[in-house]
Design a protein around this ligand. Structure first.
Ligand code: CDP
Ligand code: MG
Length: 160
């Protein structure tokens, strides 16, 4: 009981988290770019697990259910099912916000002006085909990691 309390406390101090990073289909069309990006990710973050998948429409709709009904939803689903993608579980202190900072905000053309060093500025094509995904909270990371790596994968990645 006591050990458990201490362990949880130290997690809170370091704010060690896990997050889901996706490399989306437009980037996978260029293997050299994927190599470049994965090298940069590995230099900055611990990659706990990696998986390449090719989504069916239903899987994409399920993953992005929070956006159901929005104007861009069908375009997003078409894009995310247009080719394979790579899912990475990243683990480390503040990794949820750190990964979103490196990735940049949603719109690549805007990022090329405001944050040209971000991945979306460098690699993204359009507001839809923006090359990357990152969980936006601990709750999202838990759900999204479970989607790819099984139930309780968030806690599993924190333990190892
Ligand atoms: O991915 P992020 O959290 O930055 O953005 P989001 O608002 O959660 O939207 C999810 C994804 O939908 C984006 O990454 C884009 O691929 C797509 N999207 C779009 O096609 N058009 C928009 N106006 C907004 C988002
Ligand atoms: Mg989002």
């Amino acid at each position: 009981m006591r050990a458990c309390t201490i362990r949880n406390f130290s997690h809170n101090l370091n704010a060690v988290e896990s997050t889901l990073a996706l490399i989306k289909p437009d980037l996978l069309a260029d293997p050299q770019q994927v190599k470049t990006v994965e090298n940069e990710i590995q230099q900055r973050f611990k990659v706990s697990q990696r998986k390449q998948v090719f989504w069916k429409t239903e899987e994409a709709q399920n993953f992005y259910q929070e956006h159901q009904g929005k104007l861009f939803f069908n375009r997003l689903i078409g894009y995310m099912t247009s080719g394979p993608l790579i899912a990475l579980a990243l683990t480390g202190p503040h990794v949820i916000s750190e990964w979103r900072l490196l990735m940049g905000q949603t719109r690549p053309p805007q990022m090329r002006v405001l944050k040209p060093e971000t991945l979306r500025a460098r690699f993204g094509l359009t507001d839809t085909r923006n090359s990357f995904h990152g969980s936006d909270s601990v709750a999202s990371a838990r759900r999204e990691l479970a989607f790819f790596f099984g139930p309780d994968s968030y806690d599993r990645f924190l333990r190892v």
